[in-house]
Each structure stands twice: as C-alpha cells, then as structure tokens.
Ligand binder design. Structure first.
Ligand SMILES: C[S@@+](CC[C@H](N)C(=O)[O-])C[C@H]1O[C@@H](n2cnc3c(N)ncnc32)[C@H](O)[C@@H]1O
Length: 250
C-alpha cells in the first residue's frame, strides 16, 4: 500500500464513514425497496468501515458480505460489529470488487455507497450485474450532476477528478445498457454531507498535529473538495440509484 493511500486511510480514522451518506436516508430507501426473499443474500461493495453494512445486517437480520480493498477499514467495521453484537452476521472480504469470488446469480441485494466510481458507474454496473439473482435489487450511489448550469469551477474540478461523472439521465441510460431497470432515484440531502462526513472530517483534520508531507497533501485535497461543496452543493451530489435487473443475469 503506498504512502498516499495510507495517509488517506489514516485521515478517515474515527470519522465513521469514508464518504457522504446518512442512516435515516438509507433506512427510507430500505423501507421502500421492492420485495426481497425472506433471507436474501446481501453484499455491500466498497463498504469502507461499514456504516451501511451494519445497518443492512440489523435491518434484515441476515449475514452481509462486506467487501473492501482496505483491511484497516474492514478492521474498524468489525470492531463496531463486535460492539453492537453483529459480528456473527458480517463477513468481511478484503477483495477487489472488480473481480469478486461470488457465485453469479446469487445476490438478492447489492448495496454500494460512494464506491462504484472506482470502476466508473457504467463499469461497476457491467461487472456487478451478473452477480444478481432474478428479481434482485441493487442500490448504488454515484456522484451526479444535479443541474444543467454547473459553474465552471465545479465542472472543471470534478471532470478532472472523475471524468465519467454524469447527470441522472446519463446514469439511467448507463444502467439500462448494463441490463438494469431504474426503480427510483433519490438525492442525498447536502446537509448529510456536512453532518456525517465533512464536519467530522474537519474535526479530524484539526486534530492532526504536524502532518507529514503526504498527509498535508491529502488534507489539502480534502479541504479543496470541502470548499467546493460549500459553494456549489446545489449543482452536484450523490444520487442513490435503486435498480432491478432485467434480462438474463450473466
Ligand atoms: C468513498 S469510500 C465509501 C465507503 C463506504 N461505502 C461509505 O460510504 O462510507 C470508497 C471505498 O471503496 C473502496 N474501494 C475502492 N476501490 C475498490 C476496489 N476495487 N475493490 C474493493 N473496494 C474498493 C475503498 O477502499 C473505500 O473504502
């Protein structure tokens, strides 16, 4: 693991999430999901330290396979799972979610927050579609343009950081191409970014004394991202795409 990734992981220590999200918002999505079998096989891909994994394990009362490349995040998740009496239900898997050792057609709920972009939204959908059982559901959040008049500064920043960023119409088209039907889309409120991610992150940054050069670079990048969101949050954010598979699974 290179120094930059180590610093990025360290920066997130104690923050509780590795990206914007909100438990009440996710619970609302869960309450409105299409029906699933009584004991669905569930995976959380790019689970980080497991905010959604723990919620899913509690909500469904069944095992959840939680996949992430970063072992320190999985360790933090299992600590939480122990504390909340959920450790038996969580199966951590330190693996690349582009190449999962999961039987095709076996997953009934695929959840992924803030992680699909690593393969691009289209790339993630293409890789993950074969995992789904018939009538399975996928809930995948993706950084998305919310307006068609995004200011240049925000557009330049995100098109450089994530060239595949699109709006909901583009992402809906990508989902259809990958063999999904879009059941609904929901935008994570911008307040959730502050309450659950950026404000805890700013506290963490303030607590890091004498950062080394790499950590300082990671902090500077995070600060730039936060400043941009402060100015332009009405123009972009996370859309949660609730999807079902159509057509053959593999
Ligand atoms: C922005 S974080 C989101 C984490 C968590 N879902 C959350 O919302 O707090 C993205 C996560 O994806 C993981 N990740 C990135 N690429 C991955 C890959 N190819 N396979 C598995 N995990 C990956 C990262 O380690 C990181 O924990």
């Amino acid at each position: 693991m290179d120094d930059y990734i180590k610093a990025l992981i360290d920066l997130h220590r104690g923050v509780g999430r590795e990206g914007p999200g909100d438990l009440a918002f996710s619970q609302q999505i869960l309450a409105e999901l299409p029906p699933l079998p009584a004991k669905p096989r569930i995976v959380d891909l790019g689970c980080g330290s497991g905010a959604a994994t723990l919620l899913l394990a509690e909500h469904f009362g069944v095992p959840v396979t939680a996949v992430d490349l970063a072992q320190p995040f999985l360790d933090a998740m299992m600590e939480q799972a122990q504390a909340r009496g959920l450790a038996d239900r969580i199966h951590p898997l330190a693996f690349d979610f582009a190449d999962l050792p999961i039987e095709p057609g076996s997953v009934y709920l695929l959840w992924s927050e803030g992680a699909a972009y690593n393969l691009t939204f289209a790339g993630a959908l293409e890789k993950w579609r074969p995992l789904l059982a018939p009538n399975a559901v996928a809930v995948i959040s993706e950084l998305t343009w919310f307006t068609d008049n995004v200011p240049d500064e925000a557009r330049r920043y995100w098109e450089n950081a994530y060239p595949a960023i699109g709006d909901e119409a583009e992402n809906t088209a990508r989902a259809k191409t990958a063999g999904f039907e879009v059941v609904s889309t929901r935008r994570l409120p911008s307040q959730a970014w502050w309450d659950n991610y950026y404000n805890p992150m700013l506290e963490r940054i303030a607590a890091i004394s004498n950062p080394n050069t790499t950590m300082q670079a990671v902090i500077n990048e995070m600060q730039t991202e936060i400043d941009l969101f402060r100015q332009y949050s009405q123009h972009y954010g996370y859309t949660f795409y609730v999807l079902t598979g159509v057509g053959p699974t593999a």
